[in-house]
Each structure stands twice: as structure tokens, then as C-alpha cells.
Design a protein around this ligand. Sequence first.
Ligand SMILES: NC(=O)c1ccc[n+]([C@@H]2O[C@H](COP(=O)([O-])OP(=O)(O)OC[C@H]3O[C@@H](n4cnc5c(N)ncnc54)[C@H](OP(=O)(O)O)[C@@H]3O)[C@@H](O)[C@H]2O)c1
Length: 398
Amino acid sequence: MSSLNRTDRPYDLVLFGATGFVGSLTAEYLAAHAPKDLRWAVAGRDGRKLERLCQRLPGGADVGVLRADVAEPASLHALAGHARVVATTVGPYVLYGEQLVAACADAGTDYLDLTGEPEFINLMYVRHDTRARETGARLVHACGFDSVPHDLGVYFTVRQLPEGVPLTVDGYVNVDAAFSGGTLASALNQFARGRQLLAAARDRDRHEPRLRGRRVAAPTGAPRFAREVGAWALPLPTVDPQIVARSAKALDRYGPDFRYRHYAAVRHLPGALGGVAAVGAVLAAAQLPPARRWLSDRLRPGDGPSAERRARSRFTVRFVGEGGGRRVFTEVAGGDPGYDETAKMFAEAALCLAFDDLPATAGQVTTAQAMGDALTGRLRAAGITFRVAAAHPSSSPV
Ligand SMILES: NC(=O)c1ccc[n+]([C@@H]2O[C@H](COP(=O)([O-])OP(=O)(O)OC[C@H]3O[C@@H](n4cnc5c(N)ncnc54)[C@H](OP(=O)(O)O)[C@@H]3O)[C@@H](O)[C@H]2O)c1
């Protein structure tokens, strides 16, 4: 059963965690851009904060307010039962997220989040995918900068290449931005859980049906100077390549043999080495509780980059796709990746699930699988660039 049939519910969309940094930006985006007849509510654990949020939203008097706390499972079941789509920013998801996924899977309610935590995604697949398929709920993780530009960017690139042949795509991410307390807390928590991360991946592997008749891989590439983009390419071990690989497994259009590699693109070598050293230092610090606490105290929950800093932030992801004798260069680009554009991607994905004519899917699905064309169209209309680009001058012919 699709959420399109759930018109008996009081709300089309409920935004849980609306009082947080990215939650407030998402609420502001919805208030400014959602269709006027959208029936929506903000939800969270602090009723007064929610009321204050509504007071400053244009049209906030018409926005519902629902109190819910992750420590009170009944309140999450009530949320899931009140909406066709629930969007949640309450993270770290591996600590706070599961009960809401379970409630949505049970109620046949479409669910989306902003997690970049592979452990959480794998655990939710093992524990809730089957139930969601039974009820028709679509569970869509990673609907922010993790992993929408990469997942939809590869989807867009693949569609520029011939059908039915082996394809390779490399993605090169370039970001100039700052991050929030919530992002830092989620990253530190995931960095400290290496053993659990591997165990969840193995568990998923045991449960997930094997892909038959096609091959999909997302290997870690080697650091190198990439002439195709004229920059140093460093393998980027985020959740994104895993999401891209899941889309490739779900969609035959990615061809009989598909490979994706994901890199950070850095123009100057000292910058590249500095980046590697900084990530290594944070990874090491995350293993030691006192160092982890010290780091997380630098940026508290609710804090994040100022509007001025966000206005200066940009992202570009360049893709190089090859197959069937063709090479194509594409680009996805926008403004502040972690917050302004994440709020846009998240809100548009929620509206897309609620209103657009989409392929029939259920269970744990990716953005490309569940909403590929419709969400790409929405994001383009909202100012995010998806385009075929010219070859870089230093790239060699196919
Ligand atoms: N994928 C991406 O690209 C991307 C980008 C940005 C953020 N994120 C992720 O999004 C999440 C939120 O980030 P953020 O910076 O917005 O964090 P934040 O400002 O700390 O907001 C967290 C939200 O969770 C709520 N919350 C915490 N504990 C709760 C509980 N027990 N019950 C109900 N609500 C609870 C908070 O409510 P109160 O206001 O009452 O404290 C707040 O609304 C993080 O996991 C972050 O990693 C992902």
C-alpha cells in the first residue's frame, strides 16, 4: 500500500526534530516553498520551542504541533499514525533513530532522514525492511548532502551513457563549508563504533539477497592526481558510495557490470595532505572518551554555521562516466551543502514522497531508486545544478 492512499491521516508531512539546527532550516524552507494546501506539522520533545518556531514561520499559525520524544515509543507510534510521510533530523540516528523507523514500517508511513551513519542504515535494513515491504512504507535514509547529490548525480550520469553495457563512474567532491554540533556528534559517535559498524555490514550481507546476473562494486580507489578533473583525488570513505551501489543494484539501467569510486577533489597537494591529517586526528580522538568529549564540547547541539558563513559555502561534485566507447563529464553543484542545501534536499524529498507520481517501491530504498527523476526535477527547479559539463582540458581522450 502506498502512502498516496493514506489520505485519512491528519497530516501529509510531519517534521520531527524541527527545533534543531537543520530541522529549523527545513521548517523555514517548507514554510516558504511548500504548496499552500500542504497539511503539515512540526514535532519534537519541547512544546514551547515548537510554538516559538511556529510563531516565526510565515503561515506558522496553520502548522500543527506534535510533542514526541525518542524515549517514549508510544509518542513515536502516534507520530507515524498521524502522517503520510515523517521526516526526522533527530540524530545521532544509531542512538535515537530506530524506534521511529519501526513505527513507520509498522504504520505503512513513508520515512526519511539525514543519516550519514552506515551502521544505522544496515541495522534498519536487517530489522525493518521486511515489515516495511509488507505495509508499503518507503524507508529512505541519507536525504541530505549525504547522499542526494552523489546518488542522483550518478543516476543522472548513467542516463547519459549507453544502455546494456558495463559502466564506470568516478565522483569527485569539492566542498567549502563549516559544520554543526549535530553533525559533529553523529560523526564522532560513528567513528567510535568501528566494531559495530563492521558487524552491521556483515549482518546485512547475510540477510540481503544476492544480485543475480549483474555485478555492482564500489571499491575504495587509490589516492592519485586525476587528470580528468585536474585535481588530487583522495578516496572518501563516506556513506555515499554504499548508497550509490544500492541504487545500482536496484536499477537495471546501471548495466550488467557497474563500478563507482568516490573521491574528495583537492587542487593543491598540501591541502590534500592537511585534510587527510585532520580526518586522521579526529578518527583517533574519537576512540578516546575524554578526547571525544573535548571535541564534542567545541560545538554544542543546536549550534551551526552562521547565515553569513553559509552564504559563502559551496559544493561541486564532478562525475566522469564511461561505457560503450563513450565518456561523459557531468556536474552537480549548489550552495551551502550541509545545511541550506541539505534542508532543501530534505524538504523536497519529503514533498516528492508525499505528492509525486513515483515508481512502485517499498522497504528500504535509495533516493535514486524511489524518486530519481522526480526529485532531480524538483532540485533543479529549486536551484541545484545537474548538467553535462565540458571535458577538463587535462583529461585524455577515451
Ligand atoms: N546528511 C547530511 O548531509 C546532514 C546534514 C546536516 C545534518 N545531518 C544530520 O542531521 C542530524 C541533526 O543535525 P543538527 O545539526 O540539526 O542537530 P541538532 O541541532 O543537535 O538537532 C537535533 C534535534 O534532535 C532533537 N532531539 C534530540 N534528542 C531528542 C529526543 N530525545 N527526543 C526528541 N527529539 C530529540 C533536538 O531537540 P531539542 O531542540 O529539543 O534539543 C533537535 O531538534 C545529525 O544526525 C546530523 O549528522 C546530516
